[in-house]
Write a protein that binds this ligand. Structure first.
Ligand code: GLN
Length: 543
């Protein structure tokens, strides 16, 4: 059977949860025994989000193959429980870059290069390339909102694909908003009508409408929308606001959305097995206890910057049957005078990844507080580097210890740019991310890590070796390894050749661990990541 394509577009306004809707549809179709893949097309001109400011764009999600991608890919992995890769995310910038490279190479034989057909052809190739393993369904989410100038080439490409792939192989789902106007006590369908009309003016007739709403849409409203928007009367679905994002697959299933998709595309779908999703929802509502955890970072004003981290903590809560409450603390506001007021009544402290020196000293103080007061601590990437600096300064006595990132001339560069590795890495990374000039020096993607038994890491993973994803330039400086070991820091995760320290931890502490990689990218609601699971478990014992 040929792969069938489901295109998900959005109308009226942004942030309606298109990514989550696409991911939930994927999860439901997968639960029906279908082989599913999913892709995000982003209309912005950046080649990838790697260089974008987390304050503006939110998290950069890193895939196994080292691609820096949109955070929706994180949702895809968490809902579908299958790894995403570079091929699952294209931006306009990447499409244009590829077309311009071809033009410079002379591939177009002197022809005039235009949006139609050259850009649209490139987009169609990108879309078709994602279904490379005989998937039954490929779900393609188009970023942005219908009506944006930037999104037009993508919409034109998916319009053309219906003709090319055949009507029976293509389905358009449009997500809109049906606002409830309190003063009138009424649901308003006009924005949806306009948005569908806008889409039609580009030549796309939506097949299914998914209407985001505060309340369930009654049948008469659905019929009215169907009539005005020219869709089947049973092709209008409510996407009701949910308390937790993990309720969405069940909510859409109860609406009958996946069944309608299966019927319209004539998919060989079985009855879905939704036990796992039901279990997740049950556990969400029946925790046996509570735990409060501080995330001490710099990007706390835009929670999207810590998306995967936030979710990984929720997953760890689900597995430990604990409700996890998160308190985001801006590390720039932490001082020795006010630290206890920021961190009191919290059972765990997490310092996440980050770039640049802003707020670093506050993070180091929070780590000292966790270490000295015996509060479970989890440091991720920059968080681990800060834990190393804190230990060097306050336990070993290297008062000016620092990372070369923040003080290039520091006397004790305990975190440094590893020259030999840097060159080697530049070589392999140039191949891995040909288009990324700035990101070309980062260690990106999955690398093996050997786990030392009888450590916190060993207990968590129960494995000798794991693969974990990286996104950083600096490393622990092994020149100082003995100084650290003598004072009790344990290296519990190393690269197979032992040149790189991947995990550090402390004995004689309830739970204190830092890792150079980003475990949050591999957590999902079915299986919390082992390190998050153990961290939250330790925090839960602090009451
Ligand atoms: N800035 C640090 C580095 O480049 C840490 C990066 C991170 O936390 N992702 O090594």
């Amino acid at each position: 059977m040929k792969t069938k394509f489901v295109f998900v577009t959005g109308g009226v306004l942004s942030s309606l949860g298109k990514g989550l809707a696409a991911a939930s549809i994927g999860a439901l179709l997968k639960a029906r025994g279908l082989k599913v893949t999913i892709q995000k097309l982003d209309p912005y001109i950046n080649v990838d989000p790697g260089t974008m400011n987390p304050f503006q764009h939110g998290e950069v999600y890193v895939t196994e193959d080292g691609a820096e991608t949109d955070l929706d890919l994180g949702h895809y992995e968490r809902y579908l429980v299958q790894p995403m890769a570079q091929i699952n995310n294209f931006t306009s910038g990447r499409i244009y870059h590829s077309v311009i490279t071809k033009e410079r190479r002379g591939d177009y034989l002197g022809g005039t290069v235009q949006v139609i057909p050259h850009i649209t052809d490139e987009i169609k190739e990108a879309i078709k390339s994602v279904a490379r393993n005989n998937e039954d369904v490929a779900i393609i989410e188009i970023g942005g909102t219908v009506g944006d100038i930037e999104g037009l080439p993508f919409l034109e490409a998916i319009r053309q694909l219906r003709g090319e792939l055949g009507k029976e192989n293509v389905l358009y789902i449009h997500l809109t908003l049906v606002p409830f106007i309190k003063a009138a006590g009424e649901l308003k369908t006009k924005p949806t009508q306009h948005s569908v009309k806008e889409l039609r003016s580009i030549g796309i007739q939506a097949d299914i409408l998914l209407c985001r709403s505060e309340v369930d849409l009654a049948q008469d409203i659905k019929s009215k929308i169907a009539l005005f928007c020219n869709v089947d009367p049973d092709a209008v679905f409510t996407a009701k606001d949910v308390h937790s994002i993990y309720e969405l697959p069940m909510a859409l299933y109860e609406e009958g959305l996946d069944q309608k998709i299966a019927i319209m595309l004539k998919l060989p779908a079985k009855n879905p097995n939704l036990e796992t999703w039901k279990g997740i929802v049950h556990r969400l509502y029946h925790p046996k206890g509570k735990v409060s955890i501080a995330i001490v970072g710099k990007y706390v004003d835009l929670k999207e910057s810590y998306k995967s981290l936030h979710e990984a903590l929720i997953h760890a809560g689900l597995e430990n049957e604990l409700e996890v409450n998160l308190k985001y603390v801006n590390s720039e506001n932490i001082s020795s005078e006010n630290i206890s007021s920021h961190l009191q009544e919290l059972q765990g402290i997490l310092v996440p990844g980050g770039f640049g020196s802003r707020g670093v000293e506050g993070k180091i103080q929070a780590i000292q507080y966790a270490r000295e007061k015996g509060i479970p601590f989890f440091g991720i990437c920059l968080g681990m580097q800060c834990a190393v600096i804190e230990f060097a300064r306050n336990v070993i006595g290297f008062n000016s210890a620092n990372s070369q990132e923040f003080d290039p001339g520091t006397k004790h560069p305990v975190i440094y740019l590893m020259k030999e590795w840097f060159d080697f890495r530049k070589n392999i990374l140039q191949k891995r991310c040909e288009q990324s000039d700035k990101g070309g020096t980062m260690r990106l993607g999955a690398y093996p890590c050997v786990i030392i038994p009888n450590t916190l890491a060993g207990k968590a993973y129960q494995k000798d070796q794991v693969m974990e994803r990286h996104r950083h330039r600096f490393e622990f400086n092994k020149k100082y390894a003995l100084d650290f070991e003598e004072k009790g820091l344990i290296f519990s995760g190393l690269s197979p050749d032992e040149s790189l320290v991947e995990i550090v931890e402390l004995k004689d502490h309830p739970w204190f661990l830092g890792c150079q990689f980003h475990p949050e990218f591999q957590s999902n609601p079915m299986h919390a990541h082992p390190l998050f699971r153990e961290f939250v478990l330790a925090a839960g014992k602090m009451h």
